[in-house]
Design a protein around this ligand. Structure first.
Ligand code: PLP
Ligand code: COI
Length: 360
């Protein structure tokens, strides 16, 4: 059994006035809390004593394998402050399981689910003052694992480190639930059959940055990636899953095809929609179907979803040779209702009937 008691080294805390100034307008991913969690793994001895440490730079040998071969996986989840002041996280066990799925693909060690969840609780409890109180504000948690054996041969590392850091967050897209524009990447792919598309590893995001820059140059906030072999088939956005809504209320989302990340928001929304008696189709979706559906009125809404994005309405899909535009119809009523339901559960204003919340 892995040790769940953390060795604690107290940080010099940021003065309250300085912290509150940050929390008034935190942005996304710009500021970090006072502490971090670190747990070392070695092939020989497994997971070592978990530590809570002051947040700060870590020492790495320049030959560390993550710096050369990108052996890294990560997660993203949030802590929410409820009206009564209590703090919860959303389905942290699912993040632990997904980290392990990613770790297997990247030949990194798996971490016991209870150790991952304990690490998240430890950090949030230590830095509880950093969980904001404002509307739509959260503490974004970033667990990650890196290979840090110093060795230049190309093989899986025999030493790794798991860490958790935390960053107070406002909405990922400025403008709240304002619809975003999406750029269809026709030149670049994010994943291919047998690749790492279904894993949450840094390399996938590195590969998405050039097309993301292209999207920004086109005035778009995210990139839509399609299947590299059948380019009409929709996969997902650079950092979010995608849903379409039919006029009859049916939700459509790409099936898990090995190329896309199995989003915990995606999975939760499918359950919430089915609870409401809505039909959900997880299947192959194409850009052609989206275009035709908007043209004939059978597809009325589109949204992106993920921990960072929550549920963000999509107003436009732009490509080199066409634009799909929902115009004044975005954000649509289904998008807004699902958003309200999900955030209601997370912030404690709606009942958590599925037992998704983990009290810190
Ligand atoms: N797809 C990608 C590529 C992502 O980076 C994310 C964000 O984590 C998601 C989907 C959504 O996953 P989740 O809902 O678990 O945050
Ligand atoms: C998340 O939603 O947690 C992600 O990792 C995606 C990224 C766009 C921040």
């Amino acid at each position: 059994m892995t040790e769940l008691t953390f060795t604690r080294t107290e940080a010099a805390r940021m003065p309250a006035a300085e912290r509150e100034a940050i929390l008034a307008d935190p942005g996304f991913g710009n500021h970090f809390t006072d502490h971090m969690v670190s747990i070392v793994w070695t092939k020989e001895d497994g997971w070592q004593q978990p530590e809570l440490l002051p947040y700060g730079p870590i020492q790495m040998d320049p030959a560390s394998s993550v710096l050369h071969y990108g052996q890294e996986v990560f997660e993203g989840l949030k802590a929410y402050r409820r009206e009564d002041g209590s703090i919860v996280t959303f389905r942290p066990d699912e993040n632990a399981k997904r980290l392990n799925d990613s770790a297997r693909r990247l030949a990194l060690p798996e971490i016991p689910v209870e150790l991952f969840v304990a690490a998240v609780r430890e950090l949030v409890a230590a830095d509880a003052e950093w969980v904001p109180r404002g509307a739509d504000q959260t503490l974004y948690l970033r667990p990650f694992m890196i290979a840090d054996e110093s060795f230049l041969g190309v093989r899986s590392a025999e030493r790794a480190r798991f860490m958790v850091i935390a960053s107070p967050a406002g909405p990922y897209f400025s403008g709240g639930v304002k619809p975003v524009s999406i750029w269809l990447s026709q030149q670049y792919a994010r994943a291919g059959r047998g690749g790492t598309g279904a894993a949450k590893c840094g390399g996938n995001y590195a590969a998405s940055l050039l097309p993301q820059n292209e999207a920004a140059a086109q005035g778009c906030q995210q990139v839509l990636f399609t299947d590299s072999a059948t380019p009409d088939t929709i996969d997902e956005l650079g950092g979010m899953n995608l849903f379409l809504v039919r006029a009859d209320g049916t939700l459509l989302t790409p099936q898990l095809n090995g190329n896309i990340l199995e989003g915990i928001t995606r999975k939760s929304l499918i359950e919430l929609a089915r609870d409401r008696g809505m039909a959900v189709e997880e299947r192959e979706l194409t850009v052609s179907e989206w275009r035709a559906g908007v043209a004939d009125g059978s597809i009325t809404e589109a949204f992106a979803c993920g921990t960072a994005a929550v549920i963000t309405p999509i107003g436009q899909l732009k490509a080199t040779d066409f634009t799909i535009d929902f115009g004044a119809a975005a954000p649509g009523p289904t998008t807004l209702a699902l958003r309200e339901e999900l955030t209601g559960i997370q912030f404690g204003t709606r009942a958590d009937t599925h037992g998704w919340l983990d009290l810190v």
